[in-house]
Design a protein around this ligand. Sequence first.
Ligand SMILES: Nc1ncnc2c1ncn2[C@@H]1O[C@H](COP(=O)(O)OP(=O)(O)OP(=O)(O)O)[C@@H](O)[C@H]1O
Ligand SMILES: O=P(O)(O)OC[C@H]1O[C@H](OP(=O)(O)OP(=O)(O)O)[C@H](O)[C@@H]1O
Ligand SMILES: [Mg+2]
Length: 302
Amino acid sequence: MNVEALNGRLLFAIPKKGRLHERCLQLLAGADIQFRRSDRLDVCLVMNHPITLVFLPASDIPSFVGNGNVDLGITGHDVILEAKMQDKVTEIERLAFGKCALQVQVPERGPVKTVEDLAGKRVVTSFEVLAGEYFARADDRLALVGEQRTKIQYIGGSVEAACALGLADGIVDLVESGDTMRAAGLHAIATVMNTEAVLIKSNTPSRADHSPLINLIASRIAGVVAAGKYVVCSYNISREALPRAVLITPGRRAPTVSPLENTDWVDVSAMVVKKESARVMDELVEIGAKDILIYSLNNCRV
Ligand SMILES: Nc1ncnc2c1ncn2[C@@H]1O[C@H](COP(=O)(O)OP(=O)(O)OP(=O)(O)O)[C@@H](O)[C@H]1O
Ligand SMILES: O=P(O)(O)OC[C@H]1O[C@H](OP(=O)(O)OP(=O)(O)O)[C@H](O)[C@@H]1O
Ligand SMILES: [Mg+2]
């Protein structure tokens, strides 16, 4: 890769592996950001925009973006706070994937039942900053000082094994389905924070002004995210029941209502949150709607 080739290009950091990688590639495809990544190469030119993609570990992306080495990035909200970069980056868009919770976990069959029981003991985590802040508050509440305070130890992975190995009395780690936690004989006793993947930009871009391109990419990505969250619901309803129907499907701005030829019925279509579409259909049936159809969206701009 020729360094010259990077000049003037927007640098966009993408997680190179892990839980966020595959979903990021889908998002780039949906936003029509085209590239060919040769084997193992972590820097790659986008063919149809003046953008260079940089593939990095998710936890390194906040500081690259925050320090202005990279203009734009996708990573977890959790690792932005862990890297203390929340004042150096702007979260442009929540991406609705990579959702999980950072939780305090202890052995299911053990003496520790609460955060207060665990305070002062040994906690192992990959999130030493967030866990440190959380337990510092607990220690302060309990007026623990010096050696009495919670001992936070960092390990890079497989944190869930720490209690069984005798390294820790509790851990702070991410939980999505809870399968990892349960398999390790642990259960959660508190939530430090909830997280999801976010699109971020640097507050101190160190190179050319890429604002128009950043806005274009952000708008395309927002469209792909919205298309995954909404469906279009269309149905026929009598004019008399229309006011009730509009309450059920208010749309994002307002529903589209078109008259049906030679009847006192109308055809209504509106965007509906995907997760709520079954309930919405039930309610429409109840007020006499007919021919209720749900369409999924490939892409949209809202
Ligand atoms: N089980 C999960 N479900 C949803 N999101 C997750 C999960 N685990 C991690 N994440 C999110 O993904 C981010 C990166 O974590 P991940 O474990 O995927 O990366 P990694 O540690 O670099 O990769 P790997 O674990 O494959 O070595 C986390 O900071 C969090 O925001
Ligand atoms: O609640 P669950 O659905 O089981 O997901 C939680 C697990 O996912 C992540 O691990 P990852 O797969 O990244 O492996 P790692 O521990 O090697 O990072 C996280 O560190 C938890 O261990
Ligand atoms: Mg991991």
